[in-house]
Design a protein around this ligand. Structure first.
Ligand SMILES: Nc1ncnc2c1ncn2[C@@H]1O[C@H](COP(=O)(O)OP(=O)(O)OP(=O)(O)O)[C@@H](O)[C@H]1O
Ligand SMILES: [Mg+2]
Length: 414
């Protein structure tokens, strides 16, 4: 194939994606599954901004671990609050400032001014002078603003106590002024706030809204919303979403990180396209997880060297069975069957049932496999086994080690 053909055939190749941008980090969904409570709390808190504008200034603090929807909830709330204000004839602006990039007082005030399309030559002005210009402008045009300071911890760290005081407690100095500025502050942890003076810290932490890590079922709903928008019908099965949700679900030992879950779905789709598959397979998901968490395959490969021959054989059996089934999980009994079959081929005597289960428990404890008890849908209860990394490179490594162990065995019997 010449170069033109390669490019053209790749571009014209069918894709599982209908609208990939839905999986972009910057995409803000219409609805947020499982964040109703946080949205309702925010609405309750910021109610006065639209019922009695100018009366008080409000500050909320959103706290939660990585990827639990703090940023997106602020965006959605801002969008909705602006709509409500509009209906009431109030001009409220939503301004989102990321303090990772604007971490000085100057930077933050400048971002606010820019968001209000203020084109004043700010050069040479102090942040305080700039802020006065902003406030005058807002008064003149009767504007109100809800300002989110995302990754607020950076601002605290770099700009320090006085800057925080100036920005958030501005109205302490001007008690007569109309209160046109309101804040949503976002941080992963409260730790850094300890460096503020106690009065400012307690002012900021008065209204904390907590974001817990997502549970498996919640991630499933979030993934489902994206799947329906991003992919063509029948290209991503519910089972695929369930599998991804389980790898990140907080209740399953994951971090409860929605960003990671969405990223896995995106990459699995890209891999499916790359391999010319009309739908996403479990192996695509394993590869996607492997790409995102490269250290996982490395860790697992490192651990393999401590395994004995029969443990390696059991692992190989699991890999083979997972591959041939095309499912995310296999039953423990299936693994044992395959193990016996492999022993037969290599003409070695298989270990007893209880010993095999012991090996499987060991593999689980070493983080090489995942095991869970089957829920509904299976007759009786059984242990289900999965492997979080791509099967091919793992099996290659396992095969090498099996060969090595077999040679060692030969040598020992001479
Ligand atoms: N409830 C939800 N419904 C739909 N999408 C969600 C939900 N929660 C999070 N997401 C999506 O997951 C990703 C991560 O969310 P977000 O960026 O808001 O996390 P965060 O809490 O701000 O994380 P960080 O601390 O890393 O900044 C985003 O793409 C966001 O759109
Ligand atoms: Mg964020």
């Amino acid at each position: 194939m010449n170069i033109n053909n390669i490019v053209e055939s790749v571009i014209n190749r069918a894709s599982v994606f209908k609208n990939r941008s839905v999986l972009d980090r910057s995409y803000v969904p219409e609805r947020l599954p499982h964040r109703d409570r946080q949205l309702a709390l925010l609405a309750e808190l910021f109610k006065p901004t639209v019922t009695s504008p100018g009366s008080i200034s409000i500050t909320a603090l959103l706290v939660g671990d990585i990827g639990v929807g703090k940023t997106v909830t602020a965006y959605v709330f801002g969008r909705e609050l602006v709509k409500v204000a509009e209906k009431k004839g109030i001009e409220l602006r939503y301004i989102h400032v990321n303090c990772h990039s604007a971490r000085t007082l100057y930077g933050v005030v400048q971002s606010i001014a820019a968001a209000l399309s203020l084109s004043i030559p700010f050069r040479g002005l102090s942040p305080r002078e700039m802020m006065l210009i902003v406030l005058n402008h807002m008064k003149k045009h009767n504007l109100h603003a809800l300002i989110t300071l995302d990754e607020f911890n950076y601002f605290v760290q770099v700009a320090g106590n006085d800057a925080v005081y100036f920005l958030i407690r501005l109205y302490d100095e001007y008690p007569e002024a109309e209160k046109r500025l309101h804040y949503i502050l976002i941080t992963r942890s409260l730790e850094v706030l300890g460096s503020l003076d106690p009065a400012t810290e307690s002012y900021i932490t008065k209204h904390i809204i907590k974001f817990d890590p997502y549970k498996t079922e919640e991630l499933f709903d979030i993934l489902k919303q994206r799947r329906d928008l991003a992919f063509y019908e029948n290209t991503v099965d519910d089972e695929i979403l369930k599998y991804i949700a389980e790898t990140e679900g907080y209740d399953k030992g994951g971090r409860g990180n929605a960003r990671a879950a969405i990223e896995i779905l995106l990459r699995a789709g890209i891999i499916a396209d790359y391999e010319g598959s009309p739908y996403i397979k479990i192996e695509h998901v394993r590869k996607a997880i492997g790409e995102i968490r490269e250290e996982l395959l490395v860790d697992i490969s490192d651990n393999l060297q401590f395994l004995q021959l029969h443990e390696l054989m059991v692992l190989k059996a699991i890999i083979r069975k997972l591959r041939s089934s095309g499912e995310g999980y296999i039953k423990i009994g299936e693994a044992e069957e395959e193990y016996s079959y492999l022993c037969n081929i290599l003409k070695i005597k298989p270990r007893k049932h209880t010993q095999v289960y012991e090996y499987i428990r060991n593999l689980k404890n070493m983080g090489i496999i995942n095991a869970k008890i089957s829920g509904k849908g299976f007759r009786g209860r059984t242990t289900l086994i999965s492997i979080p990394v791509p099967l091919d490179p793992l099996e290659k490594r396992v095969d090498e080690l099996i060969d090595k162990r077999l040679v060692e065995k030969e040598v020992n019997t001479i």
